[in-house]
Design a protein. Sequence first.
Length: 101
Amino acid sequence: PTLKSGQALSIDVVVKGVQLVKADGDTSGATGHFHAFVDVAPVAPGEAIPVGDPAIIHSATSPIVIPGLAPGEHVIWIVLGDGTHTAFKNPVRDKVVVTVA
């Protein structure tokens, strides 16, 4: 999709078999939340997902809203992580590429 500079991007994300909740320490695989890696490479399956990085948006809801992006092409990875901000070992992830005019 093509967006105008400064426009927010909403990404609808659906996951089956996992209840979406805020990070709560659960590592059972029954619950988790999304992480949007904006223009940064995602962590490998089973690795810790950094917190406090503005390029990684944590969300327990869909759609995930990415605030206004600068002009150019942007690669966004959506990665499912558990309650300790660890990417699922059995990877649940997808990539979106958007262009901002």
